[in-house]
Write a protein that binds this ligand. Sequence first.
Ligand SMILES: Nc1nc2c(ncn2[C@@H]2O[C@H](COP(=O)(O)OP(=O)(O)O)[C@@H](O)[C@H]2O)c(=O)[nH]1
Ligand SMILES: [Mg+2]
Length: 294
Amino acid sequence: MGIFDFFKKSLQKTKAGFLGKAFSILKNGNLDKEKIEEIRELLLLADVGIPTSDYIIEKLKNSKEKDPLETLKSVLLELLGRDESVKLSAIPPTVYTLVGVNGSGKTTTAGKLAFRFKKSGKRIVLGAGDTFRAAAIEQLKEWGKRVDVPVIAHQMGADPGAVAYDTVSHAIAENLDIAIVDTAGRLHTKDNLMRELEKVHKVIKKLKPDQPEEVLLVLDSTIGQNAIQQARIFDKSTGVTGIVLTKLDGTAKGGMIFSIKRELGIPVKLIGIGEGIEDLKDFNASDFVDELLQ
Ligand SMILES: Nc1nc2c(ncn2[C@@H]2O[C@H](COP(=O)(O)OP(=O)(O)O)[C@@H](O)[C@H]2O)c(=O)[nH]1
Ligand SMILES: [Mg+2]
């Protein structure tokens, strides 16, 4: 499937939803007050959020451009910022940690990411840092088998810091390229979770002071604006470097993708568009916007 087909398939719901409706109003040109209000409402329903919706509306109102769709396109691209993918460390191993609440897609993303790197010839290890649930450890081991990469795992209830230590030590000892550390996400014990994540990161730094290269916050796009709140909490204690926005295939409320960068200053680096092993892509703003506005 080509990149455009893949976008078509995964963005169907977004296009059929509120954002799609707002954009089709603009296609008909001639923006009067009523239409602008209608667009504002649709942006809010798509979970773009109040400040960013207001920002977009102001730009539309004040634009000298004749074609409102062109104005919208440039505002959306500006909001998304320039494309950035996950970085590799100059000296291997590169270490990534995946953080986020339960069910957001961390373990699945770890597996898909391992697959992607494996395909490009990298040598990888996965670390089962969600020791809170036995099922989470098993799930990562399954991905390890599927992708054919080793998984460092301890018993359920073990110290996630110790798992991170063993994972990164293994990567160093075996001269691997990449270590991907999965973590737990029970947000109802927020303070404990944040302390746990801080410890994981401290342990990694002890072994390789310039790592982790990326702390990737995995956000479920179907929860809309709540994702922004979650991101603030995680960013405060873990210093998130990039966002993985998952389940974009399953929502008509993916509008918060346009407010994330503006409100948090953190780029969306990867998007999840399905449960399959290949359903993780670099986020490309102009492809994304082009497809939405077609
Ligand atoms: N449709 C869809 N489902 C996803 C995506 N990413 C993850 N999932 C599903 O979301 C559920 C929770 O994922 P999991 O990786 O276990 O989340 P974790 O608790 O954060 O580790 C699983 O059923 C995944 O298959 C995605 O991009 N699209
Ligand atoms: Mg998990």
